[in-house]
Every structure is written in structure tokens, then in C-alpha cells.
Write a protein that binds this ligand. Structure first.
Ligand SMILES: C[S@@+](CC[C@H](N)C(=O)[O-])C[C@H]1O[C@@H](n2cnc3c(N)ncnc32)[C@H](O)[C@@H]1O
Length: 239
């Protein structure tokens, strides 16, 4: 399972050193639309929810995440926002008291890798196919009819290392496997390795991902297969 325990204490500084652009993510998520009840799957330390809650204080927002250490940081960050609720839950057993108008995940449980000139593919933090089916079914059951599912996009993964804002060096290594890939995350402070985290990802071809979602009443937006790399989310509507 995609637990981020080892990385949690360094997650914010890695992500805000240019890995993700949170204001841009929220621009892409809202994109001028009215927003009702919102649910983020895999909210991590709450960086997206913070940006969203600041802009939309009237909107009820729920965040769930599997990793208690990530969620503890989110709880602390989001305490000032009365409209935010957080829960430690695995999406495969998701149980919330009501449905949502907008469910999204960005770098969270599921996302798409988009590369110019190639069909996108779906990446999942859930390693087994059976658990993916279970999680997708639970997720879909929490979206109201006419509601939206927005799954984030990312560029292709590759090996690299670079300094981050606190002077440490972040690096990542990708190891392809039959069902997807393994990603190793490292943080080094001079000669000392302060963090190592390994996550197993399962991947699905775009057609298969859309078929699994369509079975659950989630229809991909027109031309989703041709999503440009500049678009931060691929959208689905619950019928
Ligand atoms: C890369 S982080 C993304 C966090 C946040 N969305 C952000 O953009 O900063 C992925 C998060 O997904 C969570 N996650 C992975 N598998 C999960 C599952 N089955 N159920 C709930 N959360 C999960 C991890 O615990 C981790 O916090």
C-alpha cells in the first residue's frame, strides 16, 4: 500500500521546492466552475486543501488519506479552516456519510501520466488489481449523480536529483516492473541520507482505466485521450 510514513516529515519542503505548483493545481481544479461538496482522495499534508479552503471558505471540503503521519501534518495546517474535515481512511474501504459534487485526486491515489504525442496512462498507489476495483467502486459511490471526478496529470517519471529549499538534495529512481513501476525517493543532507521511501505503483492503459470508470458510471470528458501535457486534470462525469 502507498504509505508515505518515511517521507512525511520532509514532504512539504520537497513538494514546495518546485515539485508541485499548488495555486496552479487549484486553478486547474476549479477552472471557473461552481464548487459544491468536495472530497480529496490522498490529501497528504493538506497543501491542496489549504489553497482551496482559502479561496472557497464557504465550500465544505473533506480530505482522506491512508498515512497517519501525513494526515497529522494536514490536521495542524488546516485547523484554522472551519469548512475542512479530515479522516484517516483507505479509499478501498471508503465510508463517508454523504456523496460529493467534486471528488479529486492530484498525485494522490490515482493520477494520469501525460506525455505529448502519447496516450495517457493511469497510475495507482494501490498495487493489486482487485483492490483497485474495490477502491474505484467505493470512490464512485461517493460521487453524486451529475458530479465530477477530476484526476490529476503529471509528466513522465524519470531519475534525477536536485537541491531543494532547505539545502538538502532530493533524488528519485524509477524501477520498471511488470505491473507498473517502483519509485524510490531519497533525501540527502551532505553525506547523510535522511530519508528513503519506496512506493509501488500499478499502471493501467488509458482505455482500460476509462473502461473501469465507465462501468461505475463515470464518463470521461470528450477528447480526454488527447489531453495536452499543460492540462492539470482529466475530468469524468457521473451519470
Ligand atoms: C504524493 S502524496 C499526494 C498528497 C497531496 N495530494 C498533494 O498533492 O500534496 C500521495 C498520498 O496518497 C495517499 N494514499 C496512497 N494510497 C492511498 C489509499 N489507498 N487511500 C488513501 N490515501 C492513499 C498517501 O498516503 C499519500 O499521502
Amino acid at each position: 500500500m502507498g504509505r508515505y510514513t518515511n517521507m512525511s516529515g520532509y514532504y512539504d519542503v520537497i513538494m514546495t521546492s518546485g515539485y508541485y505548483d499548488y495555486p496552479k493545481i487549484v486553478d486547474g481544479l476549479i477552472n471557473g466552475h461552481a464548487v459544491g461538496h468536495v472530497l480529496e482522495l490522498g490529501c497528504g499534508t493538506g497543501l491542496i486543501i489549504e489553497e482551496l479552503a482559502r479561496r472557497k471558505p464557504e465550500v465544505p471540503i473533506t480530505g482522506i488519506d491512508l498515512t497517519p503521519e501525513m494526515l497529522a501534518i494536514a490536521q495542524n495546517r488546516l485547523r484554522p479552516y472551519q469548512n475542512v474535515r479530515l479522516q484517516q481512511q483507505n479509499v478501498c474501504q471508503l465510508a463517508l456519510p454523504h456523496q460529493h459534487d467534486l471528488v479529486f485526486s492530484y498525485g494522490g491515489v490515482w493520477y494520469f501520466v501525460v506525455e505529448e504525442g502519447q496516450a495517457p496512462f493511469m497510475v495507482s498507489h494501490i498495487p493489486t488489481h482487485e483492490d483497485n476495483l474495490r477502491g474505484l467502486e467505493k470512490m464512485a459511490s461517493h460521487i453524486a449523480t451529475g458530479g465530477r471526478l477530476m484526476l490529476g496529470t503529471q509528466g513522465p517519471h524519470f531519475n534525477y536529483q536536485r537541491p531543494i529549499a532547505n539545502g538538502m538534495v532530493y533524488s528519485q529512481e524509477i524501477e520498471p516492473i511488470e505491473s507498473g513501476f517502483i519509485k524510490h525517493y531519497f533525501l540527502d543532507d551532505g553525506p547523510q541520507r535522511v530519508m528513503a521511501q519506496t512506493i509501488h505503483y500499478r499502471t493501467y492503459p488509458f482505455e482500460q482505466a476509462c473502461a473501469m470508470l465507465a462501468q461505475l458510471g463515470l464518463q470521461a470528458d470528450a477528447a480526454a485521450a488527447q489531453t495536452p501535457a499543460s492540462q492539470l486534470f482529466i475530468g469524468f462525469t457521473k451519470t
